[in-house]
Design a protein around this ligand. Structure first.
Ligand code: FAD
Length: 383
């Protein structure tokens, strides 16, 4: 008999899990709250671990075509002075594949295109889930109930599945940082991939294909912040930072804003009965390591590989929880040591440490988290 799976949430993690489960013989339905997929105006850095997951699904080549491979770059001060530099190709030599900058909408489209028509149901907000696999969702004015052998909670940081079935879990906690993301239209100036650090603030830039640039900015600020024009806030805070930051901001018409939060208290299990959590629903992390989506991809591949086994969900929890929670912890630490530092003495000490750290050592610690491969046995996923 065909096994059935309901995936809740059509983000990067949910769609990837749905593709993997479909390829391993599951009859999959994806329930997505949004009525339509609006192109999200932001980019994303996919690292070696995330790209290897997409390779396991046979989608790596298509994704790389839509991505911009890493160029030289590093970490800078807000006046532009370099603290650490990485030459183009170094990460590729270390990990066998470069990281890429990609527009989220492009990645999303590739993932959606890898699923048969009718698998993804939009405008379907899940309101109730049981550990026996009953899922109730609202579609237009109707409440619809389905039952599945496997339910995947891939519904993001404010996961309804986590709230319903993990009542003991603490809600995601705001970390005292607000972030903005933007994408410029065609940009013809020079560009190094760089993260620039000031006091309690950072600005990063990543080239995309077709000449666009994805940038992100973060500042220490209480959640909510003053109402009003986000672009004006970004300009006021970063308008006097080194080139080309002011020009990148001026070239951008809209920004996305997030008051950053993470699951400070790690979950004690990702699995209850027939239900498994993945991605931000399981381990929402700060973006400092650029690993949130990459970890969601890892979860999705491992779940698809293991879910068919009698002990599959237990094995999924055992493989994924320690790794993803360790990455989340490291990401939080890097944020505290990097972007969030405000005290001038601590900032000066951070910058000195960054300047004196041998580049190979810095690279090794950065690439440590990206150096992951799907476990053996995932090959059938690419068929
Ligand atoms: C500023 C910033 C920069 C980042 N940069 C990077 C980066 O460079 N690299 C990286 O790897 N990660 C990055 N991340 C993290 C990354 O965006 C997330 O970790 C990733 O998108 C999580 O994917 P997901 O599939 O788990 O959840 P999501 O992408 O949040 O998807 C969840 C989906 O579930 C749907 N949903 C929610 N509730 C329901 C419901 N009740 N019923 C049905 N559907 C529902 C939502 O509409 C959504 O489509 C960044 C994050 C931020 C904030």
């Amino acid at each position: 008999m065909t096994r059935t799976a309901v995936v809740i949430g059509a983000g990067i993690g949910g769609l990837t899990a749905a593709i993997g489960l479909h390829r391993t013989g599951w009859q999959v339905t994806v329930l997505e709250r949004a009525a339509a997929f609006a192109p999200v105006g932001a980019g994303l850095v996919l690292q070696a671990n995330g790209l290897r997951c997409l390779d396991a699904l046979g989608l790596g080549a298509d994704v790389r075509k839509q991505g911009h491979a890493d160029v030289s770059g590093g970490t800078r001060r807000c006046d532009g002075r370099w603290l650490a530099r990485i030459e183009a190709g170094v990460l590729e030599r270390m990990l066998g594949t470069p990281a890429i900058g990609i527009h989220r909408a492009a990645l999303h489209e590739i993932l959606l295109g890898a699923l048969p028509d009718g698998v993804v149901v939009t405008g379907a907000e899940v309101r109730a889930v049981t550990t026996d696999g009953d899922v109730t969702y609202q579609n237009k004015d109707m409440a619809v109930q389905v039952n599945a052998d496997l339910v995947v909670g891939a519904d993001g940081i404010h996961s309804a599945v986590r709230k319903l079935l993990w009542p003991e879990a603490a809600a995601p906690a705001h970390i005292g940082v607000t972030a903005w993301r933007g994408v410029t239209p065609v940009w013809d100036g020079d560009l190094a991939v760089a993260i620039s650090w000031g006091r309690g603030a950072e600005f990063g830039m990543v080239p995309l294909i077709d000449g666009r640039v994805y940038w992100f900015a973060a500042v220490n600020a209480p959640a909510g912040g003053p109402a009003g024009d986000d672009m004006a806030r970004v300009r006021a805070r970063f308008g006097n930072w080194h080139d080309p930051i002011p020009a990148l901001i001026t070239a951008t018409s809209t920004v996305l804003r997030d008051d950053l939060a993470c699951l400070d208290k790690p979950l004690t299990t990702y699995v209850k009965g027939r239900v498994a959590l993945l991605g931000d629903a399981a381990h929402a992390m700060t973006p400092n390591l650029g690993q949130g989506a990459n970890q969601a991809l890892e979860d999705a591949i491992v779940l698809a590989c293991l879910a068919g086994r009698p002990d599959g969900l237990t094995a999924y929890d055992q493989q994924r929880r320690p790794r993803s929670q360790q990455v989340a912890k490291a990401s939080r630490m890097i944020g505290r040591f990097g972007q969030q530092l405000e005290n001038p003495i601590a900032v000066a000490a951070r910058n000195t440490i960054m300047r004196l750290t041998p580049p190979r050592l810095a690279l090794r610690s950065m690439s440590r988290h990206a150096d992951w491969r799907p476990p053996p046995g995932c090959e059938p996923l690419s068929q």
